[in-house]
Design a protein around this ligand. Structure first.
Ligand SMILES: [Zn+2]
Length: 189
């Protein structure tokens, strides 16, 4: 018999994290494009942050075309400026931003998605300019200081002064979620 699964967080019922969801006001619409490999992944936080943020939407790769038509006049992509782009990075004019787009994928796969999607490549980019306040303790990355999608979204909104609650309050669901993963990984004593 298949194990019962929670329809909301897509995890086995015994690992359901839905009780950790808290409503967090975001000033901006946040679009999270989820790589297909991330759906239902035990350590994915794209779904968690999309359920916590008041104006967030989780999109599949297949919905990217639809997303393009729903964006406001001045969207930005949370992605580093790698010297591969002519459009200016987001600077002091952050107040004019209409939408924040985040890719929910590993660095390698995110890069691939950007490189294969011309309209994403042309967007202005936002880079996080501070070291993370909530390092990722449950998922290794080849990139130093890599953030989970949850933390990246919250820290980006904070940097843009679009987070309507204190940073630490907005990070609380993530810290609880991470602690639960760590506890679940401990062998029973
Ligand atoms: Zn659940």
């Amino acid at each position: 018999m298949p194990r019962p699964t929670c329809n909301s967080c897509l995890r086995p019922a015994s690992r359901c994290w839905c009780d950790l969801v808290e409503q967090i006001d975001s000033g901006l619409p946040v679009w999270i494009i989820q790589h297909n490999d991330e759906r239902g992944h035990a350590k994915n936080t794209g779904l968690l942050v999309s359920r916590c943020l008041s104006k967030a939407s989780l999109m599949t790769e297949a919905q990217m075309g639809e997303l393009k038509s729903r964006l406001g006049p001045n969207p930005v992509l949370l992605y580093p400026q790698l010297g591969d782009q002519s459009t200016p990075a987001v600077g002091s004019d952050a107040s004019t931003i209409s939408d924040l787009i985040i890719i929910d994928a590993s660095w390698r796969k995110a890069r691939k998605m950007v490189l294969s999607t011309p309209w994403l490549q042309e967007l202005r980019r936002l880079s996080l300019d501070q070291p993370s306040t909530a390092p990722n303790q449950v998922r290794s990355s080849t990139v130093e200081g890599a953030r989970s999608t949850y933390v990246a979204a919250i820290e980006a909104l904070h940097q843009l002064q679009q987070l309507q609650v204190p940073l630490e309050q907005a990070l609380r669901p993530y810290r609880h979620w991470q602690q639960r993963i760590i506890n679940d990984q401990r062998p029973p004593s």
